[in-house]
Design a protein around this ligand. Structure first.
Ligand code: SF4
Ligand code: SF4
Length: 378
């Protein structure tokens, strides 16, 4: 059992009507288990890396939980700041954070964009194959510690989205001043020239692609699709929302994409000393899609709880194992889907081999998939 990593777990079920038994109370208990005093020291800048959501995606990690994290980090004498990278225009993204309840007052700590208000405050680092150079957000690159606070959910390309994706897509900017999207998170989504093809015969001129584009890259002069190649970050949202499959792009195959996620996560983590990064996965409001999308569908499985570990591959495997054991919820996108051994709810929804992410993490030295689950007892 010596090779198993510890993953602490607090169930979302409330069996006693006490604060300790509430989920915020249990998070306090989990944070005590984390031994933060031994990890962070006075004046360490500690990034609390989360996802701010989007205008319509409200199922993010709730401010009440984030505040517990910043308070616990702050008690060590370190200086926490809550952060994410720019996903839409930076100043607008800060407004999204504020409207989702994440601001300096609610967090008791600064809320900053890790790559600046224009998303180009980043540092090029070599991520090896298959990505090459990636633009790591400066505030994450330069921080002494990090708590990776992830909302676990499904994802159209990754199948499962948790801490690996939070680090990989969330620790890297959309673009770099010199090498553009090719050093940004779009390099995980797309390969080659990142070419788009538009099929006029299929297009219904619904303009959803235009509406969803965060950078206003798409226009329809004379009812013909036009894309600003220089501005586009290759975020893939336009392709995702098209109801007619009228936009095609050069996407990476599953193996390349998942390998890219793991390689990017490793690069983001490479600037931190051992024991300086902690992971907290929230298995709550587990919706089918990414928090970047313009809306959030209802959860596909019941709320499960919160996990905490300092082992990336372990917490991801433990999170997915628990989701795989949960029943699809009636009235959700998963209603009626066949799940069972070898077919979890995310595979049934997205048909992606999510386990490649975890295996690649393990291969790259980012933890072990063998874990011991320790449930917090009240
Ligand atoms: S991939 Fe599509 S939605 Fe994303 S920036 Fe480019 S044009 Fe806009
Ligand atoms: S979302 Fe698809 S169908 Fe709608 S306008 Fe864009 S390309 Fe055409």
């Amino acid at each position: 059992m010596g090779t198993e990593a510890r993953v602490y777990f607090a169930s979302a079920r409330v069996l006693k009507w006490t604060h300790e038994e509430s989920l915020p109370g249990k998070l306090e208990g989990l944070l005590e288990k984390a031994g933060l005093e031994g990890r962070f020291k006075k004046d360490d800048a500690v990034a609390v890396k989360t996802h701010f959501g989007s205008h319509g995606a409200h199922r993010i990690v709730r401010p009440i939980f984030l505040r517990k994290v910043t308070d616990a980090v702050g008690r060590t004498g370190a200086a926490p700041f809550v952060t994410d990278t720019v996903r839409i225009k930076g100043l607008e993204y800060l407004e999204v954070a504020n409207s989702n309840g994440i601001n300096h007052l609610s967090m008791g700590a600064p809320v900053v964009l890790a790559d600046g208000i224009f998303g180009n405050d980043n540092i090029l680092m070599d991520a090896g194959d298959p990505l090459g150079q990636v633009a790591v957000a400066t505030a994450i690159h330069d921080a002494q510690g990090m708590v990776v606070v992830s909302h676990v959910k499904g994802h159209i390309n990754a199948g499962y989205a948790g801490a690996i994706k939070n680090l990989a897509m969330g620790g890297i900017s959309g673009s770099h001043r010199s090498c553009g999207w090719k050093c940004g998170r779009g390099s995980m989504h797309m390969i080659g020239m990142g070419q788009f093809n538009w099929d006029a015969d299929k297009c219904e001129l619904c303009y959803q692609c235009q509406e969803v584009c965060p950078l206003e890259c798409i226009s329809f002069p004379d009812e013909k699709f036009s894309l600003d190649n220089e501005k586009c970050w290759r975020c893939g949202r336009c392709v995702r929302v098209c109801p007619a499959d009228a936009i095609e792009h050069e996407g990476a195959d599953d193996e390349t994409f998942m390998g890219g996620l793991a390689a990017a996560a490793k690069t983001v983590l490479s600037t931190f000393e051992p024991r300086k990064v902690l992971y907290i996965n929230f298995l709550l409001e587990i919706q089918p899609e990414c928090d970047c999308m313009p809306g959030a569908d209802v959860p596909v499985v019941q709320d499960l709880g919160i996990m905490l570990s300092d082992n990336l591959a372990a917490i991801e495997q433990a999170s997915m194992d628990m989701i795989a054991g949960a029943a699809p919820l009636a009235g959700s996108a998963a209603e009626g889907l066949e799940t069972g051994p070898g077919m979890d709810v995310f595979k049934a929804l997205h048909n992606r081999p999510w386990e490649i992410q975890f295996k690649e993490c393990e291969r790259l030295g980012l933890g072990t998939r063998k874990y011991e689950l320790i449930e917090l007892s009240s």
